[in-house]
Design a protein. Sequence first.
Length: 253
Amino acid sequence: MKRLAAVGLLTTFLTAPAAHAGLIDFSIGGGGWDIKPTGNISYTNGGTTGTDIDLQNDLGLKSKTQTYLWADLEHPLPVLPNIRLGYSTLKTTGDNVVTRSITYGGNTYTTGTRVVTDAKVNQTDLVLYYSPLNNWVKLDLGLDLKYLDMDFKLSDSSQTTQAKGSAVVPMLYGNLGFEIPATSLSLGVSGSYIGYSKSSFSDVRARVAYVFGDHIGIEGGYRQVQLKIDSSSIDTNGDIKFGGSYLGLFAKF
């Protein structure tokens, strides 16, 4: 009897996805994101204290359009989390004659020196989340495992200084959305955050979306990524922001 019960339970589990196949939602999307870099960065190396370098005034970092992609899978199995994947580029350059002496990574760039900057903070997200509310009001809560690939390089005619690295950062994730009744419009805010002492990392966006028919939609809004590192034990410190409007398309299946 126990064996028959076990077989019956296993059969129910294996056939559950097929029975609920119509409840599986898969979406993909992507678009362009106009970023404006602001804030400051410093890099202490070899015992030489780094200067707090302003990304705009000292380095002249430019606003640029970046790309982003995402895919989302929601299913009816209550134990397993839903999955969202995301990728976005954060790349910008600067070419500026510095009006004061700055020190970065042990190298000094004197007043009147032409400094060329290449900055990159690319992000890959694996979000595991649950949806305690999922009707005209949608609430998602979970964990964002964000992989960061960072590279910040300064050069002049005689020297190059580079700070680079990669890390997986676990962050709390939340999403709140509202479908406007009798329309194809929806509003929402979402974000990921982690903080400790005076250091923090956040990725927040506000959006409005419109669906044409049942499957294709357009989405736009504002997104800001902020990385604040304030620790004497870490060589690279700063408060960097990448923020701007974005616009993209998505499809639901």
